[in-house]
Design a binder for this molecule. Structure first.
Ligand code: PMP
Length: 364
């Protein structure tokens, strides 16, 4: 007799060979419950090229879209625990944008108002997103920290003038660093079952670098090497290289949210955790944004790309066969009117830095 459909043997073969490639995670509680536990992505092409495993923590997959969601939650929780804010109050912060976006989400979820001061050099996308999330945004001239008009001091004064308001002060509030000691660091350690030879990332407040470095150094009994990754115009590279001298440096970078002019409280006391530093030119960061898209299908901003370039440098310095970890801080959507605009890239003198096959990504 002619039988239609799958034979029992074929059916068995189907059910055993077709295991799902996506598995469901358990339900979580609200925005805050969705934070963290981000994937650790092995970057295949760069791993093959270096002979080490280059792993990148996909922080752009946090519910507010960046590594700073973790710090945002921790500084608000810290303010609540210290009784600095009561229900219905206002959170005020100075930020390059990502902490503000994280705070705007956390504030909506917890019923607080959110006021953000940021330098007016930052991308329009971040300002727009903050306003869409209900935050009151004050873009202000980008002046140095020692100027009273610096965005951080303006945020502090705004909070002081309001009832039931807190300036969360992410740069010098070590609840920021604690977020990474208690969450990001342990996640990386568990994801690689303790086999972490090197970690590198750039710094804005320093919370991510210092927090993860603190955890990994302790767990590995000092064996995990830590490199700071710095953009042009930041003082930290020379600070580490010179063994602690702060040298005034000019210059700027296409990266946003990273680079520092001082040693923040999140870095203070933790500098001895940093074994070495690398400085990454903008041309290399830009090229890596497009390479990650072209080779891996990963769409991230300039600080993430800079971090990956630094991880490759670290792999070269440590030699083959190592596990090197870095951070993909946020997605490229926040910067696309700049980073994917041919005109903008030309205005920065960087178009010739791109290999021919990558130029097609500068489409806007
Ligand atoms: N990348 C981006 C895009 C950021 O916005 C920030 C924070 N400003 C960082 C990296 C650096 O993180 P941290 O403040 O923990 O040093």
């Amino acid at each position: 007799m002619l039988r239609t459909g799958l034979s029992s043997v074929a059916r068995r073969a189907y059910s055993t060979t077709h295991t799902p490639i996506i598995t469901a995670a358990k339900p979580v509680e609200g925005f805050v419950g969705a934070l963290g536990n981000t994937p650790l992505i092995r970057l295949n092409r760069l791993s093959k090229e270096t002979g080490s495993n280059i792993y990148a923590k996909a922080e752009f997959m946090n519910p507010g879209g960046s590594v700073k969601d973790r710090a945002a939650l921790y500084v608000v929780k810290d303010a609540e625990e210290r009784g600095l804010i009561k229900p219905g109050g206002t959170v005020v912060e100075g930020t390059a944008g990502n902490t503000g976006i994280g705070l705007a989400h956390v504030c909506r979820a917890k019923g607080y108002k959110c006021v953000i001061y940021m330098p007016n050099t930052q991308s329009q996308e971040k300002i727009d997103l903050l306003r869409m999330l209900g935050a009151e945004v004050h873009p202000v001239p980008a002046v140095a920290f020692d100027n009273p008009q610096n965005y951080n001091h303006q945020a502090a004064r705004h909070a002081e003038a309001l009832e039931n308001a807190v300036w969360t002060n992410q740069f010098d509030n070590t609840a920021n660093r604690r977020a990474h000691i208690e969450t990001t660091g342990p996640e990386i350690w568990q994801q690689l079952e303790g086999q972490v030879d090197g970690f590198t990332c750039s710094t804005g407040t320093g919370g991510t670098l210092a927090g993860i470095a603190r955890y990994l150094k302790e767990k590995s009994q000092g064996k995990t090497k830590i490199f700071l990754a710095d953009p042009p115009g930041s003082v930290l590279y020379s600070y580490i290289k010179s063994g602690g001298t702060l040298i005034e440096r000019g210059g700027s970078s296409i990266t946003e949210g990273i680079g520092q002019g001082r040693v923040t409280d999140n870095l203070k006391g933790e500098i001895e955790l940093i074994d070495d530093a690398v400085q990454i030119p903008d041309a290399d960061s830009l090229k890596m944004i497009y390479r990650l898209l072209d080779e891996e299908g990963i769409y991230v901003g300039a600080s993430s790309a800079l971090n990956v370039v630094a991880a490759v440098e670290m792999a070269k310095k440590l030699g083959p066969g190592k596990n090197i970890v870095t951070i993909l801080c946020d997605g490229a959507h926040r910067y696309q009117s700049r980073l994917f605009s041919k005109k903008w890239i030309e205005s920065k003198g960087l178009i010739d830095a791109l290999p021919e096959h990558l130029k097609k990504y500068a489409t806007l």
